[in-house]
Ligand binder design. Structure first.
Ligand code: IMP
Ligand code: MG
Length: 422
């Protein structure tokens, strides 16, 4: 398989968890490079459903090593909870998990700030997951963050934490929010530290050693291209680089060692949280929600839904260098009579084919649609490309052509078996 980066080509929740789980078969090591427990990756194996937030989805396969890289922000309490939850399901977590000592930590004051800043924004809120992700990456950029290596040093950690709590409580009080308890955080984090200690190491050295032995790496992207801090619909984005470049900076693997980029996209579009979404369509949303689909894995929020947006995915393909496509949730469109695909935007009378940089301009874009007939039958039993209805194949080929990448994987349901390779 060589070294492969997998990214979301839309606004997150493209079904990356399932595709990662599928591809892990051919990988030796699965690496997370950015984001935190704002991510929610759902994987269904047999009768069981697993939702992972921080631990790479590869953990569910035996004999695979999972790495949480330096670019991830870690809430140690959440991570310990996830490890314990997986162990309770019989998943072994021992030497198959490595966590970068350089990864920054998320603290309760980050979560409190996240929540309070959102509350103060009122109707201009971003709609964050309130996991403290923005403030934690903010501290990292401001060079005031604490890292996992700090937590591992039991003698110096208390003083470092005390300083951060003092400063953040001043800010919290000034924003009319409740200050956090130093004592409680110290106690909770020291307990978590001991659970995490066996996994903490220099993951860059580990990964490079593995590469020199010819091991295959799979980089598991979290969130999606339009939530990227630099390339997304700013400020309605997350605080990390969700695009392919983030896999390099967040893991310490140089760009020329990457062999391929797989872009995952739904056969339609969804978004959770606020921000522009040109192809949003309430009727399609109602239909999908009635089918029990499109509720967030992290927050349970109903996702906003809309038609496939080829303007957005073509640009995503460019930024990420996507060479292969994984199209998921095709079965979500099984009973839609007329399917629409956005092939251009109309902005103030002009037709454009690149998403505008300013979020309020994206908001003003009117999609130009091409309408194609639906296939009106179930695709969930198809196991080969030929078994898909002709109209569904035509639809897939159209969106691949508009996106500008090669069709590689099609998903027609949550289970491992419901995966078609072209
Ligand atoms: P934050 O990452 O919690 O700061 O949230 C910022 C924006 O990114 C909000 O619109 C969230 O809904 C969105 N977001 C963050 N993580 C995910 C994800 O894993 N899937 C989909 N949306 C996400
Ligand atoms: Mg998700």
């Amino acid at each position: 398989m060589a070294n492969t980066i997998l990214v979301g080509a839309q606004w997150g929740d493209e079904g990356k968890g399932k595709i990662i789980d599928f591809l892990t078969d051919d990988a030796d090591i699965v690496v997370r490079s950015q984001g935190g427990n704002n991510a929610g990756h759902t994987i269904v194996i047999g009768e069981k459903k697993y939702v992972l937030h921080l631990i790479p989805s590869g953990i569910l396969r035996r004999g695979k090593t999972c790495v949480i890289g330096n670019g991830v922000v870690i809430d140690p309490i959440a991570l310990v909870g996830e490890i314990e939850g997986l162990r309770a399901c019989g998943i072994k977590i021992q030497r198959n998990l490595l966590i970068s000592e350089a990864a920054h930590l998320v603290f309760p004051y980050h979560q409190a700030l996240d929540a309070q800043r959102e509350a103060l924004k009122g109707s201009n809120k971003i709609g964050t997951t309130k996991r403290g992700i923005g403030p934690a990456y903010g501290d990292k950029a401001a060079r005031t963050g604490l890292r996992l290596c700090d937590l591992m040093q039991s003698t110096t950690f208390p003083e470092k934490l005390a300083k951060r709590v003092r400063e953040n409580n001043i800010v919290l009080r000034s924003l009319n929010a409740k200050p956090v308890s130093y004592k409680q955080i110290l106690e909770d984090y020291q307990v978590a530290a001991e659970v995490l200690r066996p996994f903490v190491c220099n993951t860059v050295a580990y990964i490079h050693q593995a590469m020199s032995k010819g091991k295959n790496l799979l980089f598991e992207g979290a969130q999606g291209t339009y939530l990227d801090l630099d390339h997304g619909t700013y400020p309605f984005v997350t605080s990390s680089n969700t695009t392919a470049g983030g896999a390099c900076t967040g893991s310490g693997v140089p760009p020329h060692r990457m062999d391929s980029v797989i872009g995952v996209m739904k056969a339609y579009t969804t978004r959770v949280g606020e921000g522009p979404f040109p192809t949003e369509n309430e009727d399609l949303g109602n239909l999908l929600h009635e089918m029990g689909r499109e509720f967030g894995a992290t927050t349970g929020r109903a996702r906003r839904c809309g038609w496939f947006d080829a303007v957005a995915t073509r640009y995503a393909s460019m930024i990420n260098g996507i060479d292969k496509l994984a199209i998921t949730n095709l079965d979500g469109l099984d009973h839609v009579k007329k399917i629409r695909v956005c092939i251009g935007y109309r902005l103030e009378g002009r037709v454009i084919h690149t998403p505008p940089i300013i979020a309020s301009d994206v908001d003003k874009c009117e999609p130009i649609y091409r309408e194609i007939p639906g296939w009106n039958c179930s695709t969930t039993e198809a196991r080969t490309y030929e078994e898909l209805p002709l109209k569904a194949r035509k639809y897939l080929e159209l969106i691949a052509k508009l996106t500008g990448a090669k069709l590689k994987i099609i998903s027609v349901g949550a289970s491992r078996a419901q995966t078609i390779c072209t």
